[in-house]
Design a protein. Structure first.
Ligand SMILES: C[S@@+](CC[C@H](N)C(=O)[O-])C[C@H]1O[C@@H](n2cnc3c(N)ncnc32)[C@H](O)[C@@H]1O
Length: 267
């Protein structure tokens, strides 16, 4: 997955702060760099409050990246998180950062594909996922795996894209090639698919306007530090991030890409 392959970026940022590889870390040291979704820890706090994650909860995070949401959720609520990530290099980096934060007892990193169903067995009180499902077009299989992973009464919280207006042919090329998003449900279609998978109490909040602001500000902030980013990360990362941030901001501004925060419950 070419989108999230520059895992060294976070280590470069830590070096710039004078933090050596292998030095102990706090979760707060990392949160400016390890949240690969919109609104960072604020969104994770929202998820925890929305589905009632507490210190007793066993939580599965699907598509955990380099572990930012999982570490923050475990440290802020006291819950246990199993962080499932498809890509080996991200998962390795996530594990190493979690060890450096002394959180290995609270966050278990697992490398795998959610569609393989290795996390089945009804063992989780909650399942959270931030900007991962957009990469997985087989929603029937995905939601079946999510349903099976939860205990009866278990709660689901997902942040994901939805389609507001039909993308043009050119916009579909951008979605597929630059965002790696090959499929977009409508907001009501999303809710219907979750109900068809057996979920109840499905509630989707439309956060498109807030996400359009976030993606534009993220792009502008990255570009405002272009010289610094070139010095620190080099041209490939600086230009690659600029292009990705611009595409996300443009597709949000055009009204194609909508944002949803979805809660549901396994009966
Ligand atoms: C936008 S990143 C978000 C990472 C993390 N949730 C965060 O907010 O920091 C999406 C992640 O989902 C992972 N992913 C995509 N498809 C997956 C799958 N089928 N199973 C598990 N992880 C997947 C990607 O490798 C990527 O790390």
């Amino acid at each position: 997955m070419k989108l999230y392959n520059k895992v060294e970026r976070i280590l470069t940022e830590l070096h710039a702060l004078g933090i050596d590889d292998d030095a102990p870390l706090s979760v707060d040291d990392l949160t400016p760099f390890d949240q690969y979704h919109y609104y960072g820890t604020e969104a994770v706090d929202h998820a925890a409050a929305a589905i009632g994650i507490d210190a007793q909860a066993r939580v599965l995070e699907v598509g955990s990246g380099i572990g930012g949401p999982a570490r923050y959720l475990a440290s802020s609520t006291g819950c246990h998180v199993t962080a499932l990530e498809l890509q080996f290099d991200l998962n390795e980096t996530a594990m190493h950062l979690t060890q450096r934060c002394a959180l290995a007892d609270s966050v278990a990193h697992v490398c795998g594909d959610v569609l393989d169903g290795g996390q089945n067995g009804g063992q989780f009180d909650a399942l959270v996922s931030f900007l991962c499902f957009l990469h997985i077009p087989d929603r029937e299989a995905l939601f079946a795996r999510c349903f099976n992973a939860l205990k009866p009464g278990g709660r689901l919280y997902v942040e994901d894209f939805a389609k507001h207006t039909e993308p043009s042919a050119e916009e579909w090329v951008l979605l597929k090639d630059k965002i790696l998003c090959p499929y977009l449900p409508t907001p009501t279609g999303y809710e219907d698919q979750l109900r068809a998978a057996g979920f109840e109490d499905v509630v989707a909040e439309d956060v498109s306007a807030a996400w359009a602001s976030f993606t534009r500000e993220r792009h502008d902030a990255w570009n405002a530090r272009r010289e610094r980013n070139l010095d620190l990360h080099g041209a490939e990362i600086t230009d690659g991030m600029e292009d990705f941030y611009k595409t996300a901001a443009d597709l949000s501004a055009s009204g194609v890409l909508g944002g949803l925060r979805i809660c549901a419950r396994r009966p």
